[in-house]
Design a protein around this ligand. Structure first.
Ligand code: C2E
Ligand code: CA
Ligand code: CA
Ligand code: CA
Length: 279
């Protein structure tokens, strides 16, 4: 028993080591990722549920590393946040999304909006708003077409400071969404305190729409509440016609998901716009 116990310990130890060193390898590579041009953005279209027009796109970051392959943002964003590498990466993402938005406006979609996911670590930096203002000045983008996606867990812990920052972002012209709505466990009272524009219903509720009455009720309730508070609603993760029809029937404002399109690299997005407009 003693012997096998020791083996288990060693096994556990090796496993831990392997995870630790994989993390270290990833972190070392992430340090060089920007300068090696391994980081890029893809864009996920969002449709107006009534007109079926493309109203916005969400920028989603990708990292393609030579040895490690394509690494999901769910894996490398937390690592970047732990190591502080997130600040230059986040600023790069926001600047690139702004530059591409200008191109989209010039290429025949002058009203399209760009949604950008904001890192909690970046948001909670003291100079966050200034770093955003700098990017707006530098790229000369029209901030009225920019939307930031925030989560409850990033704005709630320092609610007072968050309100200040959000008010300043609104003054710049930026719109604000709450991403993954319904998955945090904070009280709803904050919805009135923060100057928000959009609630984004988490895809976990959308995926349950066909099989679970409870998820239908939750989605209905979120849409009704949001509209009472003069907020718009996006449903993300819409993968099929039944989900789409349900959401349309419930007066959801915007729809996003694989049912319409996967996230697309910039050149494919432009082609997608053209084929969509012809239909
Ligand atoms: P998120 O912001 O909630 O993004 C939605 C995720 O769901 C994206 O995964 C998207 O590709 C995926 N998705 C969208 N529609 C569907 C659908 O119909 N079906 C399914 N199965 N999936 C769908 P992705 O790109 O892997 O991003 C994962 C998370 O990583 C994001 O969740 C966000 O939290 C973070 N992230 C992605 N890009 C950025 C970024 O540029 N900056 C920051 N700070 N975080 C980012
Ligand atoms: Ca998002
Ligand atoms: Ca989301
Ligand atoms: Ca999410």
């Amino acid at each position: 028993a003693k012997y096998s116990g020791r083996n288990q310990y060693e096994l556990y130890h090796t496993e831990m080591h392997r995870n630790e060193s994989k993390k270290m390898i990833m972190e070392n590579n992430l340090r060089r990722a920007l300068e090696r041009n391994e980081i890029y953005l893809v864009y996920h279209p969002v449709m107006d549920a009534n007109t079926n027009e493309i109203v916005s796109v969400e920028a989603l970051v990708r990292w393609k590393q030579k040895q490690l392959g394509v690494i999901s943002p769910s894996e490398f964003i937390p690592l970047a946040e732990e190591s502080g590498l997130i600040i230059p990466i986040s600023e790069w993402i926001i600047q690139k999304a702004c530059e591409d938005l200008k191109m989209i406006h010039l290429q025949g979609k002058p009203k399209l909006r760009m949604s950008i996911n904001i890192s909690a670590i970046h948001f909670n930096q003291e100079n966050f708003v200034k770093s955003i203002d700098d990017i707006i000045q530098k790229t000369n983008v029209n901030p009225n077409y920019i939307n930031f996606e925030l989560t409850e867990s990033m704005i709630m812990p320092k609610a007072n400071e968050s309100v200040d920052k959000l008010v300043k972002l609104k003054q710049l012209g930026i719109k604000l969404s709450i991403d993954d709505f319904g998955t945090g466990y904070s009280s709803l009272s904050y919805l009135n305190r923060f100057p928000l524009d959009i609630l984004k219903i988490d895809k976990s509720f959308v995926s349950g729409l066909l099989n679970y009455k409870e998820d239908c009720s939750i989605v209905e309730a979120i849409i009704t509440m949001a509209h009472r508070l003069h907020l718009k609603v996006i449903a993300e993760g819409v993968e099929n016609k039944k989900q789409y029809e349900f959401l349309k029937k419930e007066n959801c404002d915007y729809i996003q998901g694989f049912y319409f399109s996967k996230p697309l690299p910039f050149h494919k997005l432009i082609t997608f716009f053209e084929s969509w407009d012809q239909e």
